[in-house]
Design a protein around this ligand. Structure first.
Ligand code: SP5
Ligand code: ZN
Length: 344
């Protein structure tokens, strides 16, 4: 299987995030990709590929122009205001209830306008890394268009929390959504996105909520008790044309092991099989692992082989797009287990 990755993604490195009321080193860090690369190399059978250049035009397929312009210009405007000592991070939020959605000129006003939380800071190299991550996903699509049955886009920063004009949850550009849209623009009539990150893919859901040409299915921790808190409930089924093409399968924290996870996966895969997509995108978050430091499912290494194998049984051209996963010691081997299971 081909793996698309570029070192440019290392340029995004946030120093701190807020967790439980405390500033703590950011869990989403460049070493995450290193662990996956090491595991891929030691396993063998994977070919590393550099991404093609696509620029920021594809980002504008699913994100608003003003948001993309903001991402591109944020760091320079931040440095002008405050210097380059600290990462650019919001402290106030326009989308908060009862506030007006007016885009102000000040950088702190702009940061808050385009954020839904305080865990997506922007650093000197973020923009280049954000573009590079989308290019990894887009290259994966084109490899599949050229005849590969599957590919793995090792994207950083991740993307599934990013909505049309909002960043949050370590995500800026929605790599999986951009890949889905690329398949559609190259002639696919139906594309499915299966999101198996521990956290609900609120951004991907929002992007495709009113569309029937992209089915979104997500298995995640119950948003009544975990991030992203305000979206990801089972009664969100899509709207308009998209009604019936959004499937949320929230599962309980702490008690979700394979015996609970497997039936949800069977349900999601059955819906995807019924939909008969021409391409399948897996938002591959590995934070469902028992030892993940910020999540509460109990999946184990063997379970990832089974997940990959069950996805492979669908026999649909499949692009894996890397999302979350923070148990750095096991992250690489767990990721390889999914891909290895898929290949069996
Ligand atoms: C890409 C990705 O995996 N982003 C996830 C970001 C999650 N950040 C918030 C985690 C902290 C939530 N606290 C959980 C408390 C459970 N009651
Ligand atoms: Zn996650």
């Amino acid at each position: 299987m081909k793996v698309i990755y570029t070192e440019k993604q290392r340029l995004h490195h946030v120093r701190f995030e807020f967790l439980n009321g405390e500033a703590t080193p950011c869990f989403e860090k460049p070493e995450r990709a290193d662990m996956v690369l090491n595991a891929l190399n030691s396993h063998g059978g994977f070919t590393m590929v550099e991404p093609n250049s696509y620029g920021d035009a594809p980002m504008r397929w699913v994100h608003t122009d003003d948001y993309v312009d903001f991402l591109a210009s944020c760091w320079d405007q931040w440095v002008e205001a405050f210097g380059d000592v600290h990462d650019a991070s919001p402290y106030c939020f326009a989308p908060a209830r009862h506030l007006r959605n007016r885009i102000p000129k000040d950088i702190e006003g702009r940061l808050g306008y385009y954020s839904f939380d305080m865990t997506a800071a922007i650093t000197a190299g973020s923009w280049k890394a954000i573009v590079a991550a989308t290019e990894c996903a887009l290259t994966g699509v084109d490899l599949i268009k050229q005849g590969e049955h599957a590919a793995f886009a090792l994207c950083r920063p991740p993307g599934h929390h990013a909505a049309p004009d909002l960043m949050g949850g370590y995500c800026y550009a929605n790599n999986a959504a951009i890949a889905a849209e690329s398949f559609i623009r190259q002639g696919a009539k139906r594309v499915a996105v299966l999101d198996i990150d521990y956290h609900h893919g609120n951004g991907t859901q929002s992007i495709f909520y009113d569309r029937s040409d992209v089915l979104f299915a997500s298995i995640h921790g119950d948003p009544d008790y975990d991030y992203p808190h305000y979206l990801g409930f089972a009664d969100e089924e899509g709207e308009g044309e998209g009604l019936g093409f959004n499937l949320n399968l929230p599962l309980p924290l702490n008690t979700t092991d394979w015996s609970v996870y497997e039936p949800a996966l069977v349900t999601a895969l059955a819906r995807i099989a019924e939909y008969q997509p021409q391409a399948l995108i897996i938002s591959l978050g590995m934070d469902t692992f028992a030892d993940d430091p910020i999540s509460y499912f109990k999946l184990l290494r063997n379970d990832y082989t089974k997940i990959g194998w069950m996805i492979g049984l669908l026999n649909i051209p499949t692009l894996f797009v890397f999302e979350g996963g923070y148990a750095v010691d096991d992250l690489g081997h767990n990721t390889v287990a999914v891909l290895d299971g898929f290949n069996k």
